[in-house]
Design a protein around this ligand. Structure first.
Ligand code: FAD
Length: 524
């Protein structure tokens, strides 16, 4: 009989630090030691069908390579196994003499049902299953229970619930070298981390790689920011810039998304940096940002159909356009709206995979209630494909916010695709970086190139309507029409009296919305 095996199943949580499920895989069962076999499953169905752009595939593969390297340093390795999780486990549980299976809790609906299936299979094979919470700072089930078995639907409510829990648990250290008895013996190359070429990921069209995947990079990046004490203490999200040449926020989101970085570790590092000093507070501080993440995760875990409009009890039912062939939608997606600020953001998204939070605000508002009247669900799909940090709960929650479908209800506050960007980049340097076709345009016209006289366009070597598109809508007109439609949709809701949730939200303090962000929300 083979030596008994313990499997730690990596899905998110691609790290060694603060990984309680991995630590419990290393605990002795009774008096015996077991060989550790850390597994990552690559499902060919998912590879073929999931909405994952090449940038995120690259980030994932790099994260797996880094994980494999770090595991090797402690006497183990990563086993990448191809197949559907159920089929893979059916095979492994039989072939590997598995006694224990550990993994991190995942709240996404697809993951929940997958994990349930695997738990049942393990039970049938008398395999002990241990799961631990480590993708979020708080145990979301506890938050749910402490709030009377419902998700807190405002940030302030969320804060008051988690305040009762006190300071969150500290992050666990990475395991040291494994005891000889637990070290991984099976060395077969069949389980190596695949190369991008093998997966047929086509990287053409991507920009320079700016954010390398993996725990090692995550920790370097975390340290870089935590060493800037004053910056951390003064961090206030609304004062950061959507169009700076270097990111004005941490860009730790892709690392948090894949679990290369523990949110608990980040929380405590921030806590240590600001302790005893004057500092900003939630919702706008850096800790406040992590709490937004926890807030949306809790809603995602407990609000039915959180990622869609239909059947979602907190989402306003708005008659958006939903045609994936709609030419305005396609223009938005491809960065061809004729509004340079919007197109530059969408180009940055497509080529680099990360855009600033307020840039996300600008393009999300433009697509939905601002200009194009296209469903937030279609915008969500594009972000899901292109963002390095695409995250089920955060993406849906923020799209509902921006489209004033849930959480935020001041639908009449609309971002101007012209004035908003100008506030922080008068010259349009950001636009010129991502839309080189406009690089010779004078700053005077860079946000509204259609206004430039033909002679100016000729001099800049860019004719509007030929070298760069004419604007697809007139913002001033679109915004008025859309406001009227939003008003109607909101009134419809009131008349129906359909949403108890709405009544509750109305009473919520306006603190729920990051305050100064709204200072840019006026029309031009
Ligand atoms: P920082 O400001 O440095 O914040 C630190 C961390 O806090 C982030 O890494 C993130 O994990 C969390 N955080 C910050 N802002 C938010 C927020 N508004 N909601 C939830 N968590 C937050 N974020 C994602 O990670 N994945 C998504 O799929 C995603 N989709 C979005 C869609 C739209 C329409 C909008 C408006 C925002 C979306 N966000 C999403 C939230 C936010 O824009 C990003 O988390 C943030 O810009 C990441 O950059 P950062 O790491 O520099 O953030």
């Amino acid at each position: 009989m083979n030596k008994p095996v313990v499997i730690h199943w990596f899905r998110k949580g691609l790290r060694l630090h603060d990984n309680p499920a991995l630590l419990s895989a290393l605990e002795k069962v009774g008096e015996s030691h077991y060989e550790l076999r850390p597994v990552f499953i690559l499902d060919p169905w998912f590879v073929k069908n999931a909405r994952v752009g090449p940038n995120r595939w690259r980030f994932l593969i790099q994260s797996l390579q880094d994980l494999d390297n770090n595991l090797k340093k402690i006497g183990s390795r990563l086993f990448v196994v191809k197949g559907s999780p159920l089929e893979v486990f059916k095979k492994l549980l039989k072939e590997w003499n598995v006694k224990k299976l550990t993994f991190e809790v995942d709240i996404e609906p697809y993951a929940k049902s997958r994990d349930e299936e695997i738990k049942q299979l393990a039970e049938k094979h008398s395999v002990t299953v241990i799961t631990k919470v480590s993708h979020t700072i708080y145990d979301l089930e506890q938050v749910f229970k402490a709030n009377g078995n419902k998700a807190p639907l405002t940030y302030v409510k969320f804060q008051s619930v988690v305040a009762k829990f006190g300071i969150p648990q500290k992050a666990f250290d990475s395991p040291g070298s494994l005891p000889k008895q637990c070290q991984t013996l099976l060395l077969s190359e069949d389980y190596n981390v695949p190369h991008l070429e093998e997966m047929r990921v086509d990287l053409t069209g991507l920009g320079k790689e700016l954010f390398r995947g993996g725990e090692s990079e995550a920790l370097i990046r975390l340290n870089k920011y935590m060493n800037q004490q004053e910056w951390v203490c003064k961090f206030s999200k609304p004062d950061t810039s959507p169009n700076s040449m270097e990111p004005s926020t941490t860009v730790l989101s892709p690392y948090l998304k894949f679990g290369c970085l523990s949110p608990r570790l980040m929380y405590h590092r921030i806590h240590d940096v600001v302790a005893g000093r004057k500092h900003t507070s939630p919702p706008t501080s850096l800790t406040g940002q992590l709490l937004w993440r926890e807030f949306y995760y809790t809603c995602g875990a407990y609000v039915p159909n959180f990622d869609r409009m239909e059947g979602n009890p907190i989402c306003k039912q708005i008659p958006w356009k939903r045609d994936r062939e709609d030419k305005n939608y396609l223009a938005w997606k491809d960065g061809q709206t004729g509004y340079p600020f919007i197109d530059a953001i969408m180009t940055q998204l497509r080529t680099e995979g990360w855009i600033h939070h307020l840039a996300r605000h600008a393009v999300a508002c433009f697509l939905t209630r601002g200009d194009l009247w296209v469903s937030w669900e279609l915008g969500q799909e594009v972000f899901e494909e292109l963002l390095l940090d695409a995250d089920w709960s955060l993406n849906a929650g923020n799209w509902m916010w921006l489209s004033a479908s849930a959480f935020f209800h001041q639908y009449f506050r609309v971002y101007s695709p012209i004035a908003f960007g100008k506030k922080t980049d008068k010259n349009g340097d950001y636009i010129k970086r991502y839309l080189p076709v406009l690089k010779k345009f004078p700053s005077e016209y860079i946000y509204e190139p259609w206004k430039a006289p033909l002679s100016v366009q000729q001099k800049a070597g860019c004719i509007i309507g030929k070298d760069y598109p004419k604007r697809i809508v007139d913002h001033e007109i679109a915004v008025k029409e859309n406001l009227a439609k939003m008003k109607e949709a909101y009134q419809g809701h009131k008349e129906e009296g359909s949403e108890n949730v709405t009544a509750k939200r109305k009473k919520a303090p306006s603190k729920d919305s990051p305050p100064k962000i709204t200072k840019f929300l006026k029309k031009k």
